[in-house]
Design a protein. Sequence first.
Length: 174
Amino acid sequence: MLKSLKTGWHVLYVRSCQEKKVHELLQENQLESFLPMLKVTKQWSDRKKTILKPFFPSYVFVKINSAKDFNRTLSIEGACNYVCFGKEYARVKREEIFKIKLLTDLDDIYDIETIRQSLEVGEIRKINFGTLNGLECEILKVNNINKIVVRIDSLKQNIIATLPSSYLSELSMA
């Protein structure tokens, strides 16, 4: 499989709860990596606390430019293996990395979650406000709340987020 290695963003599977550590070690070793984090408010009996947790548990995205980078990444403590679908290493398009960065960097979007199963095709809209301006998404209506779905096909996952309906417009068929 290494002979057919393609450069670009790959998905590294890491030990449970080791995502932050692996991400830091990759950066210390001059390997470009991306760990999307999500702000979550936890409620205890005596207090509330906002924490950062990985958006995709046990996954770190790594940009691979050579076979040397590929092997160096696996030598990082906490790294297990690259995610594969069949005999192919899971690769994530640059545009998909960009979409994930947009979603995780915004404060107006809340109630973000990831789901693995395929969803029934709903209405396709275009976001026309904020940092996500121009992004196409699928709309789900759950309890009269607009939720958007951004598909990350290379991971076979979807990102769901709640978004104000005023941010959305019809998708023009040009």
